[in-house]
Design a protein around this ligand. Structure first.
Ligand code: CTP
Length: 404
């Protein structure tokens, strides 16, 4: 047992690092793996060693670092690439440079990292990192498609300032996002009912345009939907988050929309091949009938009357066999009776009721208190984090999926 560890790690993650400037984030990622007991083994390429001394990784992993020289040493009866592949449960390549992505996609085995990839049979996570032009090059994109098509979890890159001084796509996912992918890979190995199933989650409040600048909106923070999407991701689901909140980085696919009509289109498109739809978004019930071009001028109208017309009922129009539908009912007061009626009217499998007037919970808060109305029962979840609420909800979704 390594000093400072209470228990020897039960789980082993093999981290391949190739030579990109995002390697500094890989150091933090390996530190997090060690802290959470994932027993990381780091494999570096020759180029990676030009950026960071192996000793840095050895210190945060609390274990020796493997490199190309190690691949020529027999260890424990097996050569190192076979031995390392056998030991690991999950393999992560971060940063995965365009060069390493190409090697993995085409099965080259000219260094220890790429040889281990070929010898490894478990889940593989790749966190690409490149200058935007190299990342967007057709060759790199095709190679990433090859990997994704093979079942590799290719993490999205961020858009923003790059180390090369330019701006664009290709920024490696954060250590936290890569950690979430690791947890998800282990959950996938455990195989719950959501693993491998597509789930569409909506979040945030829609904005209904009045003119080019103004809109009618609501106070929804999108936190509940985000918590459900995060938890579903950790359970190995194929998650699509349809949200009105553009900012946050996610490890899964995100579709940013604004209005109820845009959300309806996205939900129809994405839920066509999904197994679960969770409508946590606060969808506007009405929108202005007319949207003024440009900006309404105050001086031109001493008074303003807006005519509002109903929006589409998104939940209502997604009813189909094989799709488990979850609705939310945020009621002003302890009106579980209204929630029960809504569950019947909308024909949903599960309805989540909460009282937005209860102190300290609901809209904007990090906490919630909910009652989950399922086909079998009504489960009350006393005030707790939205993450814990999401877990309770997904437990019920899994029960419905398994016919319980
Ligand atoms: N919803 C929807 N499309 C709409 C309005 C709401 O899909 N145009 C969904 C919400 O995302 C939520 C559920 O329907 O999951 C219930 O929303 P809510 O606003 O509580 O229900 P309404 O039927 O609009 O009833 P009311 O506003 O009168 O309470």
């Amino acid at each position: 047992m390594t000093a400072g560890q209470l228990h020897p790690p039960q789980r082993h993650v093999l981290v391949g690092v190739s030579g990109g400037i995002a390697i500094y984030k890989a150091v933090e990622f390996v530190r997090l793996l060690t802290k959470e007991g994932y027993g990381p083994t780091v494999v570096t390429t020759a180029a990676a060693k030009r950026f960071v001394m192996p000793l840095t990784f050895a210190a945060v992993a609390r274990a020796g670092v493997l490199d190309d020289e190690a691949s020529w040493q027999p260890s424990g009866g097996w050569f190192e690439h076979i031995e390392a592949a056998r030991r690991a449960d999950v393999m992560v390549v971060a940063p995965a440079t365009a060069n390493t992505v190409a090697k993995l996609a085409h099965g080259l085995a000219d260094n220890l990292l790429s040889a281990i990839y070929l010898a490894f049979r478990g889940p593989v996570i790749v966190a690409p990192s490149a200058n935007w032009a190299m990342y967007e090059h057709e060759a790199t994109q095709r190679n990433l498609e090859i990997l994704a098509g093979r079942g590799v979890d290719v993490l999205p890159t961020g858009i923003g300032d790059l180390a090369c001084g330019e701006e664009g796509a290709g920024r490696m996912a954060s250590p936290e996002v890569i950690m979430a992918a690791v947890r998800r890979a282990f959950a996938g190995l455990a195989k719950g009912a959501l693993a491998g199933r597509k789930i569409v989650v909506t979040a945030g409040g829609t904005r209904e345009a009045i003119d080019a600048v103004r809109y009618i909106g609501n106070r929804s923070s999108g936190k509940m939907g985000r918590a459900v999407a995060d938890e579903a991701y950790l359970r190995g689901a194929d998650v699509v988050l349809i949200t009105t909140r553009s900012g946050d980085e996610t490890a899964y696919r995100k579709v940013v929309v604004e209005s109820a009509a845009e959300m309806a289109d996205a939900v129809a498109r994405e839920s066509a091949d999904a197994g679960v739809l969770v409508m946590a978004a606060a969808v506007a019930d009405y929108r202005p009938q007319e949207v003024s071009e440009g900006k309404l001028e105050r001086a031109a109208a001493p008074e303003l009357t807006l005519r509002l017309v109903p929006t589409v009922d998104i939940l209502g129009q997604t009813r189909r066999a094989g799709l488990v539908r979850v609705g939310f009912a945020a009621e002003a007061g302890p009106r579980i009776d209204r929630a029960r009626a809504k569950k019947a009217a909308k024909g949903v499998d599960i309805l989540v009721f909460n009282d937005i007037l209860a102190a300290g919970i609901g809209i904007g808060s990090d906490e919630n208190e909910i009652t989950i109305l399922t086909p079998a029962r009504e489960a009350h979840v006393p005030r707790t984090s939205k993450t814990a609420c999401a877990r309770a909800l997904l437990d019920e979704v899994e029960t419905v999926l398994t016919g319980g």
